[in-house]
Design a protein. Sequence first.
Length: 139
Amino acid sequence: MFIEVDPVVRLFVQDWGSGRPFVFIHGWPLSHRVFEYQMVPISRAGYRAIGIDLRGFGQSDKPWQGNDYDTWAEDIRKVIEKLDLHDVLLAGFSMGGAIAMHYAALQKDTRVTRLALMGAAGRYSQKEQIIHMAHHSKK
């Protein structure tokens, strides 16, 4: 299926199974298909496996603009909202892991309750460092 995240951008989303959702974010230069060997048994085990092709990759639209961490994270938020997902495990591989971390740090989305980072190419921006320091200084 395709989900519109911008007036000129539709993301391809593979959605299998039912139950607690696992949302998979691929790395560079891959697509959701990198997770097929995980998505099949997860969906058969009673979970919902959702693979997203990021904008610019796979079967999704390939605009010139918006190929950055902020936009990718916002696109994921829109997919999660449009599918009305709750108690989400957000799984990211390589660059997808960095996007998952960026999402968790900046989106403040209570729908995402767990992260699974696989070979994550983590980035830690100054903005995220300030947020992290502010959060931990309150404890």
